[in-house]
Design a protein around this ligand. Structure first.
Ligand code: HMG
Ligand code: MG
Length: 287
């Protein structure tokens, strides 16, 4: 195989949000700055969410103010509502991401709202972001399995992904939040979504709980998806998804893609150093 496949680095956000120990902002900034030298085009830095819900992300503005922005890199943040969007705009985020679920159980646990209520909250974000010239990415969680509702029917994913796409999200990231997807369930889900959204507008966001994320990436590559979210060191998980382990590790995805003949534009040695640093943050070694 050949061609370019982009890894969207999630480590500072999805990777660190689940850590119980509050990691000092200065160390998060150091991680982002290391990642800026690795060759990524997009790095998800933090979340402008309620600090009561995710205390680890309570220093979002401080982290965004402290990073050294590299040329041509988009620094992304999560925004669940207008309050979050306003924080992101003030922090000069390069792009923002709205996040919805394809299952009601996870929507309620993660955002304290039904799927339709969360989509309504995104309408003013989309309008403000359009006026401000800030691109918006959209996540759809629990695309194959939900920790509360069980298997997710592909038509539920199609409904939410299509709404986000119609609203103006420039890319839809399809998330296996708890890492229970299999190549067959990922393929069935993608096959349904591709009836409505072209592959070049999709990304795969696969947690690696069951060790199948690389297989799920292969199934997605076969369907034409060319963007994958990953976190250095395989850190992370969602605090509102019981049993969710980390994102698939960036270094593993980069090596896997290189072995299959794809270009990623990433520097493996620098990624390994960032991964070691990120793992140290998790273990508190660098505190
Ligand atoms: P709520 O309690 O219903 O909201 O939570 P509320 O509007 O009643 O506000 C409660 C308090 O939070 C208020 O403060 C608000 O001002 C404040 P108080 O008046 O009590 O002092 N607040 C905020 N503060 C800062 N920034 C904000 C903000 N919004 C409200 N943006 C809410 C609803 C959406 C706020 C909450 O549920 C929330 O923040 N959820 C985020 C959960 C989260 O971050 N989860 C992890 C990220 S998603 C993920 O990991 C999945 C993903 O990786 C893909 C995948 O793997 O599936 C993307
Ligand atoms: Mg995630």
């Amino acid at each position: 195989m050949s061609g370019f496949v982009e890894i969207f680095e999630m480590g500072p956000r999805d990777g660190l949000q689940n850590e119980k120990r509050l990691i000092p902002a200065v160390q998060k900034i150091a991680l982002v700055d290391m990642l800026s030298g690795c060759g990524f085009r997009r790095i998800e830095v933090t979340s402008f969410v309620s600090p009561k819900w995710v205390p680890q992300m309570g220093d979002a503005a401080e982290v965004m103010a402290g990073i050294t922005r590299g040329p041509g890199i988009s620094y992304a943040v999560l925004t669940p509502n207008m309050k979050g969007y306003e924080g992101a705009r003030a922090a000069r985020a390069g792009e923002v991401a709205v996040f919805a679920s394809s299952s009601e159980g996870f929507s309620n646990a993660n955002l304290n709202a039904t799927i339709d209520e969360t989509l309504e909250r995104f309408v003013p974000i989309m309008a403000a972001a359009k006026a401000d010239g800030i691109p918006v990415r959209g996540y759809v969680s629990t695309v194959t399995d939900c920790p509360f509702d069980g298997p997710t029917p592909p038509e539920n994913v199609v409904r939410v992904a299509s709404r986000l796409y119609e609203m103006g999200c420039y890319e839809i990231s399809l998330a296996d939040t708890i890492g229970q997807g299999r190549p067959e369930t990922i393929d069935a889900m993608l096959s349904a979504v591709l009836n409505e959204i072209p592959a070049e507008k999709l990304a795969g966001h696969y947690h690696d709980t069951a060790g199948r994320a690389l297989q799920n990436i292969d199934a997605s590559l076969a369907r034409g998806v060319r963007v994958f979210d990953a976190a250095v060191g395989g850190l992370g998980g969602c605090p509102y998804a019981p049993g969710a382990a980390g994102n698939v590790a960036t270094e593993a995805v980069a090596a896997h893609l290189a072995a299959a003949g794809y270009e990623t534009g990433l520097d493996p040695a620098k990624i390994d150093r960032a991964a070691a640093f990120a793992r140290g943050l998790r273990e508190g070694e660098l505190a």
